[in-house]
Ligand binder design. Structure first.
Ligand code: CMP
Length: 140
């Protein structure tokens, strides 16, 4: 299989009507959409997805935020798509994210306990495989 990554448009992005804009940036960059689904994440799914953050001070607020509305889950494919999407997304903190990136162009600090930063992208091949199987268990 070609390289794949899991992208999530988080509830803040979906609420603000930015799902299409995020998909557009993925597609115009040249990556292929393999799966796109609007999902209401369960606490169990998020506990598995964010296993590495359990115990951190922002974990509870993060799970709460991720359950505050639907999430657009996306599998994007293409050579280099894992670092490529992270570069499209920009720095985790939207205040610091460079203009030209999704978070830099479309995000800001809303003064909440969790950084509402519009999108998630897998950070490694191992994370991508794990996250894709969590969000799309039946995807071939
Ligand atoms: P992401 O990298 O997708 O996964 C973890 C999320 O936790 C991250 O996006 C932010 O939304 C949030 N996050 C990470 N670090 C912090 C922090 N220091 N304070 C609040 N939220 C954070």
């Amino acid at each position: 299989v070609a390289e794949r990554t899991l992208v999530l448009v988080k509830p803040d992005g979906v609420r603000r009507g930015l799902s299409g804009e995020v998909l557009r940036r993925i597609e115009t960059k040249g990556y292929t959409l393999r799966a796109v689904e609007l999902k209401h994440a369960t606490e169990e799914l998020l506990a598995a997805h964010y296993a590495e953050h359990q115990g951190k001070p922002f974990y509870g607020p993060l799970v709460e935020f991720m359950m505050s509305g639907p999430v657009l889950a996306v599998v994007a494919e293409g050579e280099g798509v894992i670092p490529g999407f992270r570069s499209l997304a920009g720095a985790t903190n939207p205040t610091e994210a460079a203009p030209g990136t999704i978070r830099g162009d479309l995000g800001r600090d809303w003064g909440t306990a969790v950084q509402q930063n519009l999108v998630h992208g897998s950070d490694s091949a191992e994370s991508a495989a794990r996250e894709i199987s969590l969000w799309f268990p039946t995807l071939p």
